[in-house]
Design a binder for this molecule. Sequence first.
Ligand SMILES: CC(=O)CC(=O)C(=O)O
Ligand SMILES: [Mg+2]
Length: 215
Amino acid sequence: MSSSLSGFRNLATKIVCVGRNYKDHALELGNAIPKKPMLFVKTVNSFIVEGEPIVAPPGCQNLHQEVELGVVIGKRASKISKSNAMDYIGGYTVALDMTARDFQDEAKKAGAPWFLAKSFDGSCPIGGFLPASSIPNPHDVELYCKINGKDQQRCRTDVMIFDIPTLLEYTTQFFTLEVGDVLLTGTPAGVTKINSGDVIEFGLTDKLSSKFLVK
Ligand SMILES: CC(=O)CC(=O)C(=O)O
Ligand SMILES: [Mg+2]
């Protein structure tokens, strides 16, 4: 299953994102701790890979990085249960859920969707693929993000509010996850404004790393 998934970006039909899945991040933005998973989606035009620059969408004055562990779906998943959810995982990746925070704040005030804030072209810089077998426990890895060489986010994944089986069970009650789709599992604290010329490095300690330049 996993070798053909190394090209998951070309197979994906969507990127499903989980919001406020780390308590420290929910609190840093003054948001309530969710009682159930909070979902939104990015289109596949959001993907960019190493070598392509991160570019703010037109009019954005406050672009933030959010480092997140990504689950790559290995088997079509509809209405699955927690107990066998891990069988549907083909592998893992790490991505940035780039967020136009000023657009999001405006949308939040208006009770409007976050789509423009979250799914502009290039809003998902994405790293490489790690087969599921190389990460026996995805809740026992360390996510990191450095900006210009300095730690900005660093967190173990065992503190997610909703674990990965719970997220997969919940998500697939509502819609089908296709092979290659990516589930981004939320960001820990440390999101900040990024600026032109910044270099953002992110990944999983000792396992995966990617570097992007901000235009
Ligand atoms: C406040 C957010 O943008 C939610 C989000 O994406 C997260 O990772 O948490
Ligand atoms: Mg996010």
